[in-house]
Design a protein around this ligand. Sequence first.
Ligand SMILES: [Zn+2]
Length: 138
Amino acid sequence: MDCQRKVEVWNVIEAVVAEEEGAFEEATTLLELEGVAVRMAAKIARRLEEAELKRRAEAAAAEEAVCPDCGTLCRHSQREQTSLESTQGELCYEQPKYYCRQCRRHFFPDGGGLGHLGPGHGHPGAGAEDRLGGDESE
Ligand SMILES: [Zn+2]
């Protein structure tokens, strides 16, 4: 883990500790104390996951990306808010989105090989004409 990453992890922990400090000190039973500690751990886990997803999406956001369908080199068009369900709850981050003029569809480059299908997955109305890229592009 490089120094920058350690600082990011530390910042997440520090923010969560600051948010939960009052509840932690006010806990009067072991059960309450444990409840606060578990909530803090879940918050930290979710925010670390979000930060990593964001970092990978940024790393994948090149000026151009190859369409997984036809192989055309496409210009970056916009970013789209993405949400994923994880065991720690909903994770939100922005992902670059490309438009292929040949196929007349949007697609998303794989944000770090985590195997998700990108924005619009599971919402047929929202992404009906979008192409979900990444998984079969290798
Ligand atoms: Zn295409």
